[in-house]
Design a protein around this ligand. Sequence first.
Ligand code: ASP
Ligand code: MG
Length: 468
Amino acid sequence: MRLVMKFGGTSVGSAQAMRETAVLIHNTFNAWGQLVVVASAMGSKPTKVTDLLLKGAHTAAAGDDVTYRAVADELRRIHLEAIDSLLGPEHERQQILEENRRFLSRFESLCRAVYVLGELTPRALDTISGMGEQMSVRILAAYLRQEGIKAEAIDATELIVTDDNFQSAAPQFPETTARVEARLRPLLTGGVIPIVTGFIAANRDGVTTTLGRGGSDYTAAILGQTLAADEVWIWTDVDGVMSADPRLVPNAKSIPSLSYREVSELAFYGARVLHPKTMRPCVENDIPLRIKNTFNPRHAGTVIVKDTKQNNGGIKAVTAIKNLGLITVEGKGMLGVPGIAARTFSAVADSGQSVLLISQASSEQSICFAAPDEATDLIIDSLNKAFARELERQDIDKIWSYEPVSIITVVGAGMRGTPGIAGRLFTAMGINAINAIAIAQGSSECSISVVVDDDQTSDAVRHIHELI
Ligand code: ASP
Ligand code: MG
């Protein structure tokens, strides 16, 4: 059986974290036989290595010749400390130290070049920001070897071929598959665990590209597809995708399985689960994608598949996005006038903001939508400009914002064709004196969203969660 699994920055964030990760790798390898590991750059919040690398590059581009040097020192401290603590002098300590030092001095010279040129291209940014993964996999693989586990660090620049869209490059699957086959297959059959850099890849000329922030998840999925893996696992620090935010709902539980569509709805409404492109390679190739907890590895976690069996109530999860404003454009002269909605949203777009939920009553006398509350002034200014004439003629009476509000969304594909879900939802809210300010249901019937007063958010989430 063949498994690809990805560890995020926290799992490789310190010597201790790497030791624990190594145990998980060892145990999983024994159970599966063939294992590919994808790792992110070191770093637990707030010191993520990738962020530091980017900070160095950006400050250099802005004409600062000092900060990137301090960043390099910080990066040296993080990596050399881990190496010192993990690798014995009789093993590969010296060599891995040298390799890491080389990356860090390269980082400094690149930042220096950026500083001198005063220009930071997306291409340079990818080369710089991808170094964190190149350092972390070398440390982890050496530590595994020291522990007697056969492992080899591999830069995904050797494996994943992408287009030239630096910062968010797209993999070219036929070429990638050929390279993965040639490079990884022999290792797997030889019982070696490839430890592959997440996040980075290379274009056809071999220049480093990246798959976008958080892209290590996607790396695992790409390797899963190209190796026809039996499963892909993403390790995190919770038991998979939870039915609600455990900080709001202490008895939130892990959802055993979710469909592609359900995860998309959840992600849209604020549950940051996976890098958005991760699911596609898995779902299209029928490879179960599992989210598991490093602190509770025996737990099955959540598996994401193409379709799931509907659960009884239909509702699987409830999420909340806080700190929003609900903007209303209101006026009797709007009735039957085409183009008001289009102009409203193009005014919002002009202000550079995006909208989270839209609702218009059929009386056509008002249209309302939610946006982040720090953006409402900007949006209202832009709307006032766009509708100056209508406001003057009083076709539009007012444009105003009500805040703070939050959007509560319930998600579950089983809601489709299960009548009465909305009824149960609003009954639960009514009994608990939670007022719905606006409501929207997508026609996919995968979710219903309700806007409530911000200070009722946790009550609403808790009471709605009781329906699950
Ligand atoms: N290290 C990269 C980032 O911070 C990729 C990842 O962690 O998934 O965005
Ligand atoms: Mg991540």
